[in-house]
Write a protein that binds this ligand. Structure first.
Ligand SMILES: Cc1ncc(COP(=O)(O)O)c(C=O)c1O
Length: 367
């Protein structure tokens, strides 16, 4: 009888709760305002000819390289960062190799690493989810071939200092270090400038978050040209579809749109953090477009909180099953009017669940 590889048979399945997402979707860190109008205009101009042809990645890679200030051989456009992670696993991991992640973190690292037959070592984050630099370095062995770090991290919003990531890359010269900058636009910190100095470093970016193009599935993987040649060999030549390739140049050209959107999200994040702070709800200050908050303290567990918020028209994500996140929910921020709706629902939910929002003094709850 046909049977999948052992690594696949034992793989946990990851089912993001995508069904029935009615309401304001603050549960997947998506852009809730939508993409640049220039992208929509480009979509309207697509014709049958655009769809009939196999997509040509190179010209758009040239434009993206120019935008990022690197050379085309240093990057590959991918079907979202997810594909970039998958390609790194396919390129560097043999069955039995070790792959390092910091937990909690983005779920797909573990899945693709395990699918490649690697042994995944989850290094617990430090106190308050700080990046455990020394522990990650300590966990490196001669079998370590891939290290994946989301920076800022999801779901915690914590950021690792660039010098610690550089040190990590240098401590593991035989491993690929992926620094996943999916939330770069909300923090402005990048390791792109280090690529030429560190041949085992890779940086990933996505257009799913700030750019509002999660449905188009487009991201970037950047690294040393020689390493990128190997990764390109593993990738399909048509991994990014023609619609995404047509729209991307418009999206990156409209930086005024991105700046406006990001500045509203940062304002919303500050508003949410200050309401949580004043209400004595523990949260972890975030450098991304979401905040992780601990709502289970008062007996109202996180599932009940998520359900109440849903009844008030706001979807947020229960992260209780993530390592060290019992009782926590992750709340995505959007532009001003979405923050208004979020904060109104938050007040009502807290009132219904007996969480005394607004009663304790400022500064009580920052973790
Ligand atoms: C850290 C991180 N990396 C990658 C992704 C997925 O990005 P993409 O939509 O480009 O596959 C996410 C999505 O939530 C994420 O949080």
């Amino acid at each position: 009888m046909l049977s999948p590889r052992e690594a696949v048979r034992t793989l946990p399945s990851y089912h993001p709760p995508l069904a029935g997402r009615d309401g304001l979707r603050l549960d997947f860190n998506e852009n809730t305002a939508g993409c640049s109008p220039r992208v929509l205009e480009r979509l309207r101009r697509l014709g049958p000819e655009d769809l009939a042809r196999y997509p040509e990645r190179e010209p758009v890679e040239g434009a993206v390289a120019n935008f990022l200030g690197i050379q085309p051989p240093e990057l590959l456009l991918t079907n979202g960062v997810d594909e970039a992670i998958h390609l790194l696993c396919e390129t560097y991991l043999e069955p039995g190799d070790e792959a390092l992640i910091v937990v909690p973190t983005y779920s797909m690292y573990r899945i693709y690493m395990m699918a490649a037959g690697a042994q995944v070592i989850g290094v617990p984050a430090s106190k308050n989810f700080a990046f455990p630099a020394a522990a990650v370095i300590h966990a490196i062995t001669p079998r370590t071939r891939l290290i994946a770090i989301a920076n800022p991290n999801n779901p915690t919003g914590a950021i690792a200092p660039p010098e610690e990531l550089v040190k990590l890359a240098r401590c593991a010269p035989n491993a690929a270090l992926l620094v996943d900058e999916a939330y770069f636009e909300f923090c402005g910190q990048t390791l792109l400038g280090e690529l030429r100095e560190i041949p085992n470093l890779f940086v990933a970016r996505t257009f799913s978050k700030a750019y509002g193009l999660a449905g188009l599935r487009i991201g970037v993987l950047a690294g040393d040209p020689e390493q990128m040649r190997a990764i390109r060999r593993v990738s399909s030549p048509y991994n990014v579809n023609a619609v995404a390739l047509a729209c991307l140049p418009e999206a990156i050209d409209d930086q005024a749109y991105i700046q406006q959107y990001v500045s509203e999200v940062l304002e919303s994040r500050a508003r949410l953090e200050s309401v949580l702070d004043a209400g004595g709800i523990q949260f972890w200050p975030s450098r991304a477009n979401f905040v992780l908050a601990h709502v289970g303290l008062t007996g109202a567990d996180s599932a009940a909180f998520v359900e109440r918020m849903r009844r008030h028209g706001i979807l947020v994500r229960d992260r209780s099953s993530d390592h060290g996140c019992e009782g926590c929910v992750r709340i995505t921020l959007g532009p001003r009017e979405h923050a208004d709706r979020l904060l109104a629902a938050l007040r009502e939910t807290c009132e219904e669940l007996g969480i005394p929002l607004g009663s304790s003094k400022q500064g009580a709850s920052r973790a």
